[in-house]
Design a protein around this ligand. Sequence first.
Ligand code: CTP
Ligand code: MG
Length: 222
Amino acid sequence: NRVVALIVAAGKGERAGGDVPKQFRMLAGRPLVAHAFDRLAAHPGVDAVLVVGEEEPLRDALGDRPLLGIAPGGATRRLSVRAGLEAIEALGGADIVLIHDAARPFTPTAVIDRLLAPLETSPGAVPTLPVADTLAKHGAALGEVVDRDALVRVQTPQAFRFDDIMTSHRAWRAEQEPTDDAQMARAAGFDVALVAGDPMLEKITRAEDFAAAEARLGARSF
Ligand code: CTP
Ligand code: MG
């Protein structure tokens, strides 16, 4: 099984602010996207890594790390993933793809183990965490509460059979932009297994998330 990791790093990072897009910001001596690369490339089951984004800053951030390739991003996360999938196909394809956000720098090895195991029988697998807060709908006068036990928070990396997620992207016609790839796989009729996620995979979205991520890194050895 050829397993290729696809890191999307083409966003503008508007909510995080700062001088450079968040994926290029330094954290504990390395740009965020380099952390993301290193954690995926370190897994023995991962054969190659392709990164989606702007070529020059990515080459600067990644130095001499071995890349399958760099593909230019798209206007939305979905289109950036699509561009990466097309590039992987053009570079010889893959059996399994691990689609990952550069904004989640610290993928634990054990999460990748948990994602790859169900791919023996399932078209896809995603890491999830339970919801801790009470959830309520906007504007409901008395706070119409949603049953949180019926919900999970979905993280990346997300593992898919390459051909199935390519089919799902090509079939996607909805008006709304999806926020991840698992919802496209489900919409195309492919089962997606849920495995346990990890707090290390929290996404860096806002400026204050950098300090929290640094603290998590300091407390953890992979
Ligand atoms: N991403 C991408 N191409 C886009 C939009 C997002 O590759 N057109 C990537 C981001 O680089 C990030 C991941 O998708 O690694 C998750 O997106 P998000 O956290 O929303 O990042 P941004 O879109 O960059 O941030 P914001 O929405 O705050 O502008
Ligand atoms: Mg975004």
